[in-house]
Design a protein around this ligand. Structure first.
Ligand SMILES: C[S@@+](CC[C@H](N)C(=O)[O-])C[C@H]1O[C@@H](n2cnc3c(N)ncnc32)[C@H](O)[C@@H]1O
Length: 262
């Protein structure tokens, strides 16, 4: 941290887990910015009680972008001290908050903040987003979201410097009863908006309906059922992104503008 720089935010619970963020890591690994960036600097902001998620993120991204550098940023000095013992080439740890300190102040290609804003108030989200967006490269990406303790129910918002672009839902499909289980794990900007009259609520209602309609396809496996449900969502007029390659992973990505709070 540069002397005199204020650390922005507050220490919250440090819960984390091995493999918890695998679905998010996998999605980030497929983002074009990772390959395109001249400086592939990635920040894992609010990594929690151990060095686990920055190390895993680095291992997964290095497979698609050699030379990627991951900086874990944490607001709790004790967690920085513990994690620093596991620093290695390409992975470092530093004290900081939403101001997102990086080596030599370099802007980041990607900032991932997971299960961080969940513990803040909804009214604090916009300022935190703005602060992190200001630390991105011109083509950079902020990935902000939430998941359950073992990473089977996840959702995140991807933002470019201009603001929120997409919402992604990513679910373990085996034994999934209803996709609306994600309601408990929506990003802070949406979790309190899952009520009738809000578009995120309408999306989850439609998704549950399409998942139920596609039930007979379970014979061919849950991925086929999910693909059919996503096609149903798209046919219903939702601006669905990507194609079967991503859908078969249990993902659904829509334009954020279609689900933004009214
Ligand atoms: C629940 S843990 C999440 C750990 C990991 N990201 C995960 O998803 O497993 C949240 C962590 O974010 C940290 N945190 C909260 N606000 C922060 C901020 N403004 N900047 C950096 N870290 C922050 C907390 O201290 C805590 O360790």
């Amino acid at each position: 941290m540069v002397r005199g720089t204020r650390v922005e935010g507050r220490i919250t619970r440090g819960t984390t887990n091995t493999n918890r963020l695998r679905r998010i890591d996998r999605w980030i690994a497929a983002q074009p910015v990772l390959r395109r960036a001249d400086d592939p600097l990635v920040v894992d902001l609010g990594y929690g009680a151990s060095a686990t998620t920055p190390l895993e993120l680095h291992a997964r991204l290095a497979r698609v972008r050699p030379g990627v550098e991951v900086v874990g940023v944490e607001i709790d000095p004790e967690r920085v001290r513990i994690a620093s013992a596991r620093a290695r080439p390409g992975v470092s740890f530093r004290l900081g908050g939403f101001e997102t300190p990086t080596p030599d102040g370099r802007p980041a290609a990607i900032i991932r903040a997971f299960n961080v804003l969940r513990q803040y108030d909804e009214g604090e989200v916009a300022a935190a987003w703005q602060r992190m967006l200001g630390r991105l490269q011109p083509d950079g990406l902020l990935v902000e979201g939430t998941c359950d303790e073992i990473g089977r129910v996840c959702s995140w918002i991807a933002l470019g410097p201009e603001g929120a672009r997409t919402l992604t839902i990513s679910l373990r499909l085996a034994e999934l009863e209803a996709p609306s289980i994600v309601a408990e794990r929506l990003p802070k900007a949406l979790i309190h908006r899952n009520v009738p009259g809000e578009r995120i609520h309408a999306l989850l209602v439609d998704l549950d309906r399409e998942w139920a309609r596609a039930a007979p396809l379970s014979t061919y496996g849950p991925s086929q059922r999910w693909i059919s449900a996503v096609e149903g969502i798209r046919a219903a007029g939702w601006p669905v992104r990507d194609g079967r390659t991503r859908w078969r992973l249990g993902e659904l990505t829509v334009d954020f503008s279609a689900v933004a709070p009214s």
